[in-house]
Structures are given as structure tokens and as C-alpha cells.
Design a protein around this ligand. Structure first.
Ligand code: G4P
Ligand code: NA
Ligand code: NA
Length: 191
């Protein structure tokens, strides 16, 4: 998506060869007009699918998801990262390993908000090694909901996320695909 690539080139910073800082419009300050345009792009891409629910992970997946939820008139459920106080009987839960942060965390979802009859679109801000996405897939599968699509705002295509998710039988739609962050220069895989 050209608009997003322009935002990334203008406001993003390749702080090293692995990490792209985008605090200016998604991870700290949020640009609502951009979020709406991202949502419209995702809506357009998945227009042939019937979606009943958007699933994301707190925190940075929520903003674009909310705009899409508004456009599609469906609820947005965000998986929580803090250990849940409700019992495991009442929620789906899985462990995610973050290579970037070198730590494990639990993602949870109350059984109240994800059901067998849901047709889910999963959204997240970044895909690196795909671990968060795979955690979400596990939870959606455990709920026996149907995963109709995965939309990622920024994919770091030089990391292993897409490959691992495709091996599970799902395809990934990314709005921007970063080819490299080497030498402080941001390059994209063209659409
Ligand atoms: P993975 O799920 O694809 O394996 O990613 P990983 O564990 O490596 O990512 C951990 C966190 O770091 C995630 O956010 C992810 O969005 C973020 N992240 C990964 N690579 C980048 C990057 O190059 N730039 C930025 N800005 N973020 C990156 P999180 O901790 O879950 O935070 P949030 O959603 O609350 O923002
Ligand atoms: Na995130
Ligand atoms: Na993040």
C-alpha cells in the first residue's frame, strides 16, 4: 500500500538492521486518518469473505482493528497479554515466545467472546517471526472458530513469520512488506 510505504519512509526509523521504529503513527502516537485508510484497504482485500469478528492482540493491533470493525459493523476482540484472573476453564490461553524481546508471555481470550460460529479476521501491527500470530491461530482454532484471513500492517519479510504461518495452512496479507533495514535504509518488496 503506497500511502503506508510513504508514511514509513517519512516517519519511520530503521534503528538497526532488525527493528523499524514507527512510534510517530502507530506504536505511540496514532494517526487516525492513516488507520482508517489501512482499514479500508483491508476491507477491500477481504470483501469476498463474510467476517463476523475481528481478532487482534493488545496493544498496537487495536487501533487499525477498531476502524475496520466500524466499517464492517462487527466486534473487535483483543487477546490479552496479562495473565488472566479468570480461571482457565473460562478462557483460551496459549504461550507465545518473543524473539525480539527474548521473553515468553501468555495470551488469553475469554470464551465469552470467541465462538464456534465466528468467522474471524486476525489483524496485527507487525509480523516478525510470527509467534504472536501463531498464538492467535492456536486460540482461534481452540475456539473452533473459522479463521478467514490474516492481515498484517507491517511485515518484516526478512524474518520467518510468513513462512511459519503458511506452513500452518494460512495465507498472510501484508499492507507493507519490508525487504531490508540494512544501513539505516528502509526498502520494500514491491507489490
Ligand atoms: P512475532 O510475534 O512476529 O514473532 O514478533 P516478536 O515477538 O518479535 O515481536 C514482539 C513485539 O515487538 C510485538 O509488539 C511486535 O509488534 C513488536 N515488533 C517486532 N518487530 C518490530 C519492529 O521492527 N518494529 C516495531 N515497532 N515493533 C516490532 P508487542 O510487544 O506485542 O507490543 P504492542 O502490540 O503492545 O505494541
Ligand atoms: Na503488536
Ligand atoms: Na508493538
Amino acid at each position: 500500500m503506497k500511502l503506508l510505504e510513504n508514511y514509513i519512509q517519512t516517519y519511520g526509523e530503521a534503528i538497526n538492521k532488525d527493528v523499524l521504529k514507527v512510534d510517530a503513527f502507530i506504536n505511540h502516537q496514532i494517526d487516525p486518518k492513516l488507520m482508517m485508510e489501512l482499514a479500508k484497504d483491508i476491507q477491500n482485500h477481504f470483501q469476498n469473505k463474510t467476517i463476523t469478528k475481528i481478532v487482534t492482540i493488545e496493544t498496537s493491533g487495536i487501533a487499525p482493528s477498531l476502524f475496520l470493525g466500524y466499517l464492517l459493523n462487527v466486534p473487535v476482540v483483543y487477546l490479552k497479554k496479562n495473565p488472566s484472573k479468570i480461571t482457565t476453564d473460562e478462557c483460551y490461553q496459549t504461550l507465545v515466545h518473543s524473539f525480539t524481546k527474548n521473553k515468553d508471555y501468555t495470551v488469553t481470550c475469554s470464551k465469552k467472546y470467541l465462538h464456534q460460529d465466528d468467522k474471524v479476521l486476525f489483524i496485527d501491527d507487525f509480523m516478525a517471526n510470527g509467534e504472536a500470530c501463531i498464538g492467535a491461530i492456536k486460540i482461534i482454532e481452540e475456539a473452533q472458530a473459522e479463521l478467514c484471513g490474516i492481515a498484517i500492517i507491517i511485515e518484516k519479510a526478512f524474518q520467518s513469520g510468513r513462512k511459519k504461518v503458511e506452513e500452518l495452512g494460512y495465507s498472510v496479507y501484508s499492507l507493507a512488506r519490508i525487504q531490508s533495514l540494512d544501513n539505516g535504509k528502509i526498502t520494500f518488496i514491491s507489490e
